[in-house]
Design a protein around this ligand. Structure first.
Ligand code: PGA
Length: 251
C-alpha cells in the first residue's frame, strides 16, 4: 500500500478547498484500492469538511498544540482535530522547525500529545543544505528521531508515520537523488527498529517529501524503501495530485 499525502500549507480558503475536492473527485474517483490518499488542509478548511464524506480521502492537520486543553491562545488541541474526523497530524514539519523555531522538545511534546489524543503523527525529519554539505545529514536525522521519539519504547503498527523531507528540497524544485533517498530511508528504518523494536520499526511507513511532482515521482515511489510521498506544491492542483495517485497505484 503506497501513501500519497498532500500538505496544503497556508493555501486555500474553504471555497477553494471545496473546488479542489470537486475537481479531484471528477479526475481521480474511484480511488485506487492500493493507495492511501491523505490531505492536510489548514484548520479552517479542515473544520469545514467535518462530517463530509470525501470519497475515501483521509484528512489530517498540519500542526497541533503541545497540550490537551487550556489557556493557549491560538492553539488547536488533538480533540478538536479529532472532532473534524481527521486521523493524521504533521509533527515537526521543517517550516515549523525552521520558520517558527519549534524546538526538539516542543516537537516531542506535540508528538506525545497527538498520540494521547488518538491522532497518528506524521513525524517530519530532514537536514538543511549546510548540514548535508558538512557531512552531518545522517547524524541530524538520527537526532531528530531520537528527540521526537524519546521515551517511546513501544508502538503499535499504524500509530506513526515518518516523512523524510530534506529542507533543501522543500519548495525549491530540487528533489533529492534516488540514492540519497534510499540511503536516508534505510537509515531511518534501522533507527526506528532500534528505538521501537523490530516489529514496530518495520511497520512504520516512511514517506519522501521535497519537490515531489509527477515528473519525478515514478522513480521515487518505486524505491523499495519509500512508502509514499508527502507533497506540497503539486498537491494544490487537482490534475497533478491525481497524477501522483495514479503513479503510486502502478507501483
Ligand atoms: P514541496 O513541499 O512538495 O512543495 O516541496 C513538501 C512539504 O513541505 O511537505
Amino acid at each position: 500500500m503506497k501513501i500519497v499525502a498532500g500538505n496544503w500549507k497556508m493555501y486555500k480558503t474553504i471555497d477553494e478547498a471545496q473546488v479542489f475536492f470537486r475537481e479531484f473527485a471528477a479526475l481521480a474517483l474511484p480511488l485506487p484500492q492500493n493507495v492511501e490518499v491523505v490531505i492536510f488542509p489548514n484548520y479552517i478548511a479542515l473544520g469545514a469538511f467535518a462530517g463530509t464524506a470525501l470519497n475515501g480521502v483521509i484528512l489530517g492537520a498540519q500542526d497541533v498544540a503541545a497540550d490537551a486543553e487550556g489557556a493557549f491562545t491560538g492553539e488547536v488541541s488533538p480533540a478538536m482535530i479529532r472532532s473534524t474526523g481527521a486521523k493524521y497530524v504533521l509533527i515537526g514539519h521543517s517550516e515549523r522547525r525552521h520558520v517558527f523555531g519549534e524546538s526538539p522538545d516542543v516537537v516531542h511534546r506535540k508528538l506525545l500529545n497527538a498520540m494521547e489524543g488518538s491522532l497518528v503523527p506524521v513525524l517530519c525529519v530532514g537536514e538543511t543544505l549546510a548540514e548535508r554539505t558538512s557531512g552531518r545529514a545522517t547524524e541530524v536525522v538520527r537526532g531528530q528521531l531520537d528527540g521526537a521519539l524519546s521515551g517511546i519504547a513501544h508502538l503499535d503498527r499504524g500509530h506513526l508515520m515518518v516523512a523524510y523531507e530534506p529542507v533543501w528540497a522543500i519548495g525549491t524544485g530540487a528533489n533529492a537523488e534516488n540514492d540519497q533517498i534510499e540511503e536516508m530511508h534505510s537509515l531511518i528504518r534501522s533507527h526506528l527498529r532500534q528505538l521501537l523494536g523490530d516489529g514496530a520499526g518495520r511497520g512504520i511507513p516512511i514517506l519522501y517529501g521535497g519537490s515531489v511532482k509527477p515528473a519525478n515521482f515514478r522513480s521515487i515511489v518505486a524505491l523499495p524503501s519509500v512508502d509514499g510521498g508527502l507533497v506540497g506544491g503539486a498537491s494544490l492542483v487537482p490534475a497533478s495530485f491525481t497524477e501522483l495517485v495514479k503513479i503510486a497505484a502502478q507501483c
